[in-house]
Write a protein that binds this ligand. Structure first.
Ligand SMILES: Cc1cc2nc3c(=O)[nH]c(=O)nc-3n(C[C@H](O)[C@H](O)[C@H](O)COP(=O)(O)OP(=O)(O)OC[C@H]3O[C@@H](n4cnc5c(N)ncnc54)[C@H](O)[C@@H]3O)c2cc1C
Length: 388
């Protein structure tokens, strides 16, 4: 049978795209080399920040707004709990780290909120500490706070969209690796570890394994980097309430260090800990040959530099940890575009550690693009639209 579309990779992007194709009645085949949601790519670790005002640029706002509508729609269709809008905080002082090279993250967040007409507050350190006592901000820090941000549960989002896609007739093949594709006259053929399939359109959402399927010249400087995430124990039960979602919104903090820090409220008890992390873009890895556990020395270094000075209520005991992968290009912008040499092939890589929140809308736009329907403007994310 010829499919309307084949989706390679069923993580954040591919699960969303498969669901959106299936919802439109398209004949869809989704293929993944593992069984998502899994812990080997970029879409695991309990939580992802969602923000409508994005410090990465104003071009992301329409994707975030549309995604929030879609997350709620998916929740209604599935009875799953995916999105919590308990607010978003961006903190910066004079001396500050850059998020993905952008030292103006706070200022761009404010500009994006203004442009989108989002209600927000700018708070001084003293006032912020009174309302959100777990954060040890300085009096002179500037703090942005809105109530439309929050967090998503990535594993549940992927699992739910794949379940809905199957229910709507999608064929989902797990533990099957796509090896290559070729465009023939009227279709695209995909060779996998188990067979050959053809479709009118191919969507490639292979995340950190993208370099195995597309030529490096299409995404110059593409890098896969190993990120660590740790959950630190709350020091005592009395302090746990300061880390609950109503008093501890997800945050991006441009701390006076090399990298930013970010974190989430406690989603369990004291012993389940509070997830705080940072980012690194320096050391590239091969997803098939890399260290998948977080060493005690890495946990201790994260605690000393990014946790202890800012969250006095958290203990040095790292109760859980994960390794996750960023797929980045030098300007940190997404790549969502038709392959320049194979017009039936669309590549979707929400690069650089900030793609999850937008994945519902990107999945929808991919299905619409392939089926010739109107869709959100993705021209900022073309191969040829890279920043100078
Ligand atoms: C530590 C960390 C924190 C983050 N925090 C945030 C955040 O707070 N907010 C936010 O919005 N974003 C965040 N992100 C970014 C976001 O999670 C990613 O942008 C997004 O999950 C990427 O999804 P993806 O579909 O591209 O990749 P993945 O979800 O990794 O999916 C790729 C899939 O392709 C499959 N695959 C690969 N090659 C093949 C092949 N040849 N054949 C078949 N299948 C294949 C893989 O098995 C995998 O399932 C974070 C990322 C990390 C790592």
């Amino acid at each position: 049978m010829e499919f309307d579309a084949i989706v390679i990779g069923l993580g954040a992007m591919g699960s969303a795209a498969s669901y959106q194709f299936a919802k439109r009645g398209a004949r869809i085949l989704g293929i993944d080399r593992y069984a998502p949601p899994h812990k080997l790519g970029s879409t695991h670790g309990e939580s992802r920040i969602t923000r409508v005002a994005c410090g990465e640029g104003l071009e992301y706002t329409p994707l975030a707004l549309r995604s929030n509508v879609l997350w709620r729609e998916i929740e209604r269709e599935s009875a799953a709990n995916l999105l919590t809008q308990n607010g978003f905080v961006s903190i910066a002082g004079k001396k500050r780290a850059s998020k993905a090279g952008n030292a103006e993250f706070l200022e761009v967040t404010i500009a994006a909120a203004k442009a989108a007409g989002i209600e927000y507050e700018i708070l001084e350190g003293r006032e912020f500490r009174k309302r959100f006592p777990a954060f040890n901000v300085k009096d002179e820090d500037v703090i942005y706070f809105d109530r439309v941000g929050g967090f998503l549960k990535p594993e549940a989002c992927v699992e739910t969209q794949l379940r809905l896609a199957r229910h709507l007739g999608a064929e989902i093949r797990l533990n099957e690796q796509a090896l290559s594709f070729e465009e023939t006259g009227g279709d695209v053929r995909v060779k996998t570890s188990a067979g050959v399939y053809s479709a009118k359109t191919l969507i490639v959402c292979a995340g950190p394994w993208l370099p195995e399927l597309i030529e490096p010249k299409l995404m110059p400087g593409l890098k896969v980097t190993r990120q660590i995430v740790c959950w630190f124990r709350v020091k005592d039960s009395a302090r746990l309430e300061d880390f609950q979602p109503d008093r501890f919104p997800p945050f991006v903090w441009q701390v006076p260090a090399e990298q930013i820090s970010y974190g989430f409220p406690a989603l369990g008890g004291r012993e389940e800990g509070v997830k705080i992390s940072t980012e690194q873009y320096d050391v590239a890895v091969d997803p098939d040959h890399m260290e998948r556990t977080v060493a005690a020395a890495e946990q201790a270094a994260l605690y000393e530099e990014y946790v202890a000075p800012y969250f006095p209520g958290l203990d040095r005991a790292c109760v859980r940890s994960d390794v996750c992968l960023y797929t980045s290009v030098p300007d940190s912008r997404f790549v969502i575009d038709r392959h320049p040499d194979h017009r039936r092939v669309i590549v979707a890589s929400p690069c650089s550690g900030h793609g999850f929140k937008h994945s519902a809308a990107i999945g929808e736009a991919l299905a619409q693009m392939a089926l010739g329907e109107p869709h959100l403007d993705l021209s900022a994310f073309r191969f040829a639209a890279r920043r100078p």
